[in-house]
Design a protein around this ligand. Sequence first.
Ligand code: ME8
Length: 653
Amino acid sequence: MSCEKAYITTPIYYVNDIAHIGHAYTTIIADTLARYSRMTGLDTFFLTGTDEHGQKIEEAAKARGKSPQEYADEISKKFKDLWDEFDISYDKFIRTTDENHMKGVQKAFLTMYNNGDIYKDTYKGHYCISCETFFPEIQLVDGEFCPECGKPTSVVEEESYFFKLSAYEDKLIEWYKDNPDCILPRSKRNEVIRFVEGGLQDLSITRTSFDWGVKLPKEINDPDHVMYVWLDALMNYVTALGYGTDEALMDYWPARIHLIGKDILRFHAIYWPAFLMSLGLPLPKHIGAHGWWTRDGEKMSKSKGNVVNPKEVADAYGLDNFRYFMLREVPFGGDGDFSQKALIDRINSDLGNDLGNLLNRLIGMSSKYFDGNVDSSEVEKYYKEELDEVHASLDKLPGLLHEMQIHRYLEELWRPLTVANKAIDKYQPWTLMKEGKETEAMALNGLIANILAKVSVMLDPVMPHTCPKIANALGFEITQESWEKLIAQKALLDTFTIQKTDPLFPRIEAPLLEEAKPEDTKAEQPATKKVQAPKEKSSAQSEGVALIGIDQFFQTSLKVGTVVEAQEVPKSKKLLLLQVDLGEEQPRQIVAGIKEWYSAEDMLGTQVCVVANLKPAKLMGYKSEGMLLAAKDEDGLCMIRPEKPKKPGTPIG
Ligand code: ME8
């Protein structure tokens, strides 16, 4: 019996450098989609790999005194090892130096040549080695620099074979228009349409000035030429399935989705479909282009020493937490900023408070009242409304994933957790027990358990190492069958006895990685390094709290302030806009997420404790120049204030 197929790909990464957070991001999105696809019963093939030819790699190898092959072997292995360590569920890791890949590329070249789409001419123009891209003079910055990466371009004049890209203009536009979802997010499709409507030039697809690339097919008999690295690289998506050699896997084609960063959209949304049209192959169903990661608001670069090393972040904060953060933090297609603070907030708040605590509450309640037994049989009778609300949210998830709105998928997936937490507060199992309403209390536990079970199934593709632990506590396993039962059929858990688990998301009180100093960043040093913890394990450590030195503590400037103006932020449920006197020339504007607990009136004239040396941030369009100290538990939030009035600006410490 044949079942629906889903072929999911990442870009193949250049082997000129080691993997950083951007590479990890694309790969983790693809992995999430592949895991989801398998869980929902699709016959899934997930491809990743490395892009190893071209002038950039040749030069990088030379600079290290290695042969290109030796160098490619070394870096390709680093990528593969990292993905293995990250438990990336790829089905194949392709390398463009694989023999079968190169044969497939030659077959493609010959096919395009034989059908008249390739001709020989001379190329004269500018080439950016870093981007492996030709640019016409008018696109250059100051007549010399690459419009993409800003590096100097070199002038190239050489004999070259050209692909008749211009002949595909109309067909490409027709494809974009007939398939509104072919490029996601849709806004990106409009950019591509505008670009193509502006006119396409034929594409130079061979080079003669270096030789680290795939040779032309022997039938063409032109040994001085090697193929343009992008033609070689794009073909990986079909050679991985055996195109041109053993075509056994070609029935996975066309790809369900090519995941890429926005930097390489043009190659995937224009060149690639044109090549496929020329080869008579179907076009991919979707190309998903995500945005760009920066760090603490700045572009990452080796010279700044601020490149985020994904392995270090995952080691310090937990792989699944890192995966959740990346997918939840940024709307797909938008740019994202990595900061330890944002990551810690997500872990403590979304994962710790909303999810981890809920499981703990359930374990606590069911152990206390029912010896750990949970029975779902009366859930529908007492809590149908809540259950319907939960199912309504879960029903939205496949559509959101289909549109690549992964952050909204996670946002929607958190609604059932809110339903659960609210239900506990509203129905109060302890009161139910006091009133002798045991069946209702048991049904309430059943509701919470089922919510946690359903959420853990749908969260599993994002957090595949944590969700099985939640499922284990709830007496089931996450499989295609449990997805079918709990999600597709909306059924409930069988009766089970809850298993206690260690806290899944220990609270993180302070950054676990230290920022690297610029002098540390010579050579290939990572930009972050672990905070040195004392050798002996202290109680703080065993609770997952990093220890810091007193000097690190004093890097935070804490001051007493007086709120001199307070108002609500329009359209925001959470934010107040405060002007806080810190004894400086002007009051500081601080946007505080405290409106659920304090009104503007409550705050006016009161004293607060302020973190005074935070980088300014923008919240709902308002600049915020500090942060208030507050404490929050299940009962809500309260401000931390000086015991007696103190002059504005008085340091705390
Ligand atoms: O372009 N933020 O390889 P590459 C987000 N070999 N994503 C980022 C990123 C950042 N700061 N930096 C890199 C190539 N990426 C070609 C691809 S495919 C046929 C050939 C991610 O090693 C993003 O997915 O330069 C981007 O598209 C990819 O890494 C580029 O990797």
